[in-house]
Design a protein around this ligand. Structure first.
Ligand code: MN9
Length: 307
């Protein structure tokens, strides 16, 4: 595969739902315009953030189509197609390629755990072959899949077996492993950082792109961290990262993505609740979240005003 590279901040997008829990694609064009106006450089659709695993395959196709249409080629759209059924996953990848998605990505099966690198390669080869013309990123998220395999070994061996393997979405906190993956074979692979609260550490380690949920609500804060880091203002970058850590600690008191959807609501985008098993926040919890976010100045620094 040619050296495909993602760049900058990529929002792991949310899936808007109606009050009755059905998918509501109507706000997606406004969501995409807002994200782009806030400096977001790409969209990662139907991942953990987008509740991909809680949607039916038809809904996943519907949501992917809506994001591709809304992006209008302005930023790359990456669709997450992981599934416990590899046949279903491959079919979602095929659909993604058909509708003009730019990149596919997938978690590994997680009900039956993937116990060795060879098996992981066999699984991902099957999925990636559904969209052979698109770059493919394995979505490494051991906290959710339970698959804690060595990613350096995976890349070393998978590069030969998966022709369209571009790299990883790396959602773990092992900066040393992230660095090794980035530097493997003179930078053969694109390795995208997935832990928003450690973005600065990832930048110091060589990260060029990051995919995350909190870029939906505070992209300008993260852009300031990147700008400060790139211009050598490390104290300023650290101050920005500390604000992100505080924000995420505040949100983490609640079921995380349910709280994030409530925050998007406070910012003017009606997202509905999360599906079970994540569910909704009580009205009391939403009020508490708002008060605590106000107390850290979140609404002053999280977004830039667009005229
Ligand atoms: O994939 C996200 N991970 C999950 C990215 O949703 C499990 C992250 O962006 C986190 O939400 C974020 C906050 O912990 O780092």
């Amino acid at each position: 595969m040619s050296k495909f590279r993602l760049q900058g901040l990529i929002a792991a997008t949310y899936t808007p739902l109606n009050d009755n829990g059905s998918v509501n694609v109507s706000p997606i064009p406004a969501i995409v315009d807002l994200l782009i106006s806030q400096g977001v450089n790409g969209l990662y659709v139907c991942g953990s953030t987008g509740e991909g695993m809680s949607l039916t395959s038809d809904e996943r196709r519907q949501v992917s189509e809506a994001y591709v249409k809304a992006a209008k080629g302005r930023v790359p759209v990456i669709v997450q197609v992981g599934h416990n059924s590899l046949a279903e996953s491959r079919e979602l990848a095929r659909h993604a390629q058909e509708i003009g998605v730019d990149v596919t990505s997938a978690t590994c099966p997680s009900y039956f755990k993937v116990g060795d690198v060879e098996t992981l390669i066999n699984c991902m080869a099957e999925v990636a072959s559904g969209a052979p013309d698109l770059p493919f990123y394995y979505y490494h998220i051991p906290a959710l899949t339970g698959s804690t395999l060595d990613m350096v070994k995976f890349l070393e061996l998978a590069g030969e077996r998966i022709p369209n393997l571009a790299g990883l979405k790396y959602t773990d906190t092992k900066l040393f492993e992230f660095q090794e993956c980035l530097e493997l074979n003179d930078g053969q692979f694109d390795v995208v950082w997935g832990c928003d609260e450690m973005l600065l550490g990832a930048l110091a380690t060589g990260s060029r792109a990051a995919i995350g949920s909190t870029y939906n609500v505070a992209a300008p804060l993260y852009q300031r961290i990147i700008d400060a880091f790139e211009s050598g203002q490390i104290d300023e970058a650290r101050r920005g990262q500390a604000m992100s850590v505080k924000m995420i600690r505040t949100i983490n008191q609640f079921p995380f993505h349910s709280a994030m959807k409530a925050i998007l609501g406070m910012q003017g985008i009606s997202m509905g609740d999360c599906r079970l098993p994540q569910g909704r926040l009580t009205d009391e919890a939403v009020s508490k979240l708002k008060v605590e976010l106000e107390s850290i100045g979140f609404f002053d620094w999280s977004q830039t005003t667009v005229h």
